[in-house]
Design a protein around this ligand. Structure first.
Ligand SMILES: [Zn+2]
Length: 295
């Protein structure tokens, strides 16, 4: 029997080690369970997408205002590509090309690395001005945490440690999910870095801590040695921004001839949002209305 802990998903942001290190810790169990439910994720797909949703929503919290991040992990493993989109306000959504992957190591641990495979991470920042900025880095192990630690260090020149974990039960229930990102700022002493490395090497896996009832504050205490300066708390949710209007715009962008062809051949079309699986139906009269709008 498992102890049921009712805890809402949230993250906290703090400074530690005399203000030379920035740390984010997050619990994401509910939002990953929601993603699993929407996408019918099998254990390894759930662990992979859950880790990516977690690192994504934490990264979103690094920015301010109305910005959006789109993160793509394009590996050559059986999972295929994964995509997430996140705001700065703790709202995240995502999907995986193949939701039905269940691959384990001999130990029984979920083999996320091999399921993701080799390839690249692409992080696109939509600053809601004219340009999109994309930076990329190579997938290191496919286990996601190492890949993002490398991304921050190589692409953003911020030495970082990343821990992510999703625990999936034998009956495919998400028991726990969460993670942390630790970023070293300029001026951090060599001995502080050694101290951090030692603390992190002694940490229990994040998913285990959360299953044991640890809150983001408890994880922060473990990493910082019970000494941190709290900066922010942010509720986290799986949230999709799709709407019928957005799909209408998509159909309009197909062009008049394409829509006339749909009317002639099928008389209707069903569009599906990849992020939340909501279906939007457009019948003949809806499509005719779109044609009127296009004139
Ligand atoms: Zn949607």
């Amino acid at each position: 029997m498992f102890l049921v802990i009712n805890m809402k998903d949230y993250l906290i942001k703090a400074y530690a080690f005399d203000g030379t290190v920035r740390i984010y810790t997050a619990v994401t169990t509910d939002l990953v369970a929601h993603a699993q439910n929407i996408h019918d994720l099998w254990p390894t797909s759930a662990a992979a997408l859950g880790r990516l949703l977690t690192v994504s929503v934490i990264m979103g919290a690094m920015y301010a205002n109305d910005q959006e991040l789109t993160i793509r992990v394009e590996g050559n493993g059986p999972i295929g590509s994964m995509v997430t989109s996140t705001t700065t306000k703790g709202e995240v959504r995502g999907y995986v090309e193949n939701p039905h992957v269940f691959l384990q190591y001999n130990s029984g641990k979920l083999n996320v690395g091999q399921s993701v495979g080799n390839g690249f991470i692409h992080v696109t920042k939509d600053l809601k001005v004219r340009n999109l900025f994309t930076s990329s880095s190579e997938i290191q192990t496919g286990e996601i945490a190492e890949d993002f630690a490398y991304y921050f260090t190589a692409s953003e020149q911020i030495p970082s440690a990343v821990g992510l974990g999703v625990l999936v039960n034998d009956d495919n229930k998400i028991l726990s999910s969460g993670g942390f990102i630790l970023q070293v700022m300029p001026g951090c002493k060599e001995e502080t870095i050694k101290d951090i490395e030692e603390k992190i090497s002694k940490l229990l896996p994040v998913s285990e801590m959360i299953q044991n009832g640890y809150t983001p504050e408890d994880i922060m205490n473990e990493i910082s040695g019970n000494n941190y300066q709290h900066l922010q708390t942010l509720d986290l949710n799986y949230y999709c921004t799709c709407s019928r209007e957005k799909f209408e715009k998509g159909l309009i962008s197909l062009g008049k001839e394409q829509i006339l062809e749909i009317i002639k051949e099928d008389k209707k079309i069903e569009t599906v949002c990849h992020f939340c699986n909501t279906k939007y139906q457009f019948n003949e009269s809806d499509l005719n209305e779109l044609l009127v709008k296009m004139k």
